[in-house]
Design a protein around this ligand. Sequence first.
Ligand code: GDP
Ligand code: IMO
Ligand code: MG
Length: 427
Amino acid sequence: MPALVLLGAQWGDEGKGKATDLLGGSVDYVVRYQGGNNAGHTVVVGDQKYALHLLPSGILSPTCVPVIGNGVVVDPSVLLSELSGLNERGVDTSKLMISGNAHIITPYNVTVDKVTERFLGKRKIGTTGRGIGPTYADKINRVGIRVQDLYDESILTQKVEAALDVKNQMLTKLYNRRAIAVEQVVEELLTYADKLAPYVADTVLVLNQALEDDKVVLFEGGQGTLLDIDHGTYPFVTSSNPTAGGACTGSGVGPTKISRVIGILKAYTTRVGAGPFPTELFDADGEALRRIGGERGVTTGRDRRCGWFDAVIARYATRVNGLTDFFLTKLDVLTGWEQIPVCVAYEIDGKRVEELPYSQTDFHHAKPVYETLPGWSEDITKAKSFSDLPKNAQAYVKALEEMSGAPISAIGVGPGRDETIEINSFL
Ligand code: GDP
Ligand code: IMO
Ligand code: MG
């Protein structure tokens, strides 16, 4: 019966793709439950590197069924090109299942994302420009287009009309853009219908039956806890719920079925796009983390902002997700620093604060309070067990575990599948 959730504990790009792929060989289903092709998950298998955006990272494990749940927003053209890219590399994608209730990112949603950001100017969110926010807005406004609508032309046309009614007013009158023709959108969307048909399924039923049959289901989050629309650094967030609760609403599996919630945690911190980031570095250390960690966006190619580990955020992630474990990634990137600062609390208006403040104003004023831990210089990429790590690296991990509030059950020491130290088994 075990259902596991694997999610980002910071601002995304923690290494979820690698962690999911690692477990993919031992689980029966891997399910994306929110987000869309704003995600960029890198998986390294042997000498092959895969960049996945919409497909669950389990797609690379031959025995695993990859599922796109109802909570995901799907850009059909991106999905089809991701599938054909993998097929060309010999990956079998025939087991994929897509929820008929997942919402479609239409061309006008992408347009609205881009013009809205441009209009916001200095106040922009720094979105990935993939139409994610506007598609979720349409879903909540009840003018969204779902995968199942591709199979009823009359309903599809009515829905596109309804969605474009207000949007065309906005595009022409406010943003000085050309109106988008209903027929053109419908025509484009219909070209995807046959191509997607073999994958469309009642994924809620499939997943619940699988759990009744004692299959193992792994939910793979996109983005991260601090990008959550409810629990993140709003408004500098994405428009869905990457936190653990999202796994239930985004898949139709109830919370009583979930036995483990694993937070993927980078040994330092990164963020892409705008918004507060207390431990951000603007000096040579920040540059070095970016260079050594290869911190460049998989989706947009933007440089990631880099900073030291923030234990306040890790504690917060433990709380809002009910984390049972952490998977600490990229410990190898910290090799070579003599001293490693770790943020243990914030100072806000002269007061020490131990927990993430709910007030956006306070968080914007938060200054990191650092404790400095001794570093190590030995290469750790070949370490296979915790005891193979240098004493100072062990102490760093133990200190992070103590501060973060959940056991660290695995440690990443390199991007490859086998560059992982397993401490407690996840299954
Ligand atoms: P995701 O969005 O959470 O899946 O993470 P990304 O794939 O966007 O970014 C994580 C990057 O770190 C990728 O390039 C991974 O190949 C790489 N990576 C993951 N774990 C480790 C690790 O333990 N060590 C190193 N050096 N790289 C890692
Ligand atoms: P993975 O799954 C890092 C950020 C964007 C922007 C904000 C809103 O690879 O961890 P959106 O396009 O979602 O409306 O943009 O969220 N963002 C990510 N940052 N990793 C991601 O995904 C992200 N997906 C969105 O940079 O700040
Ligand atoms: Mg990523």
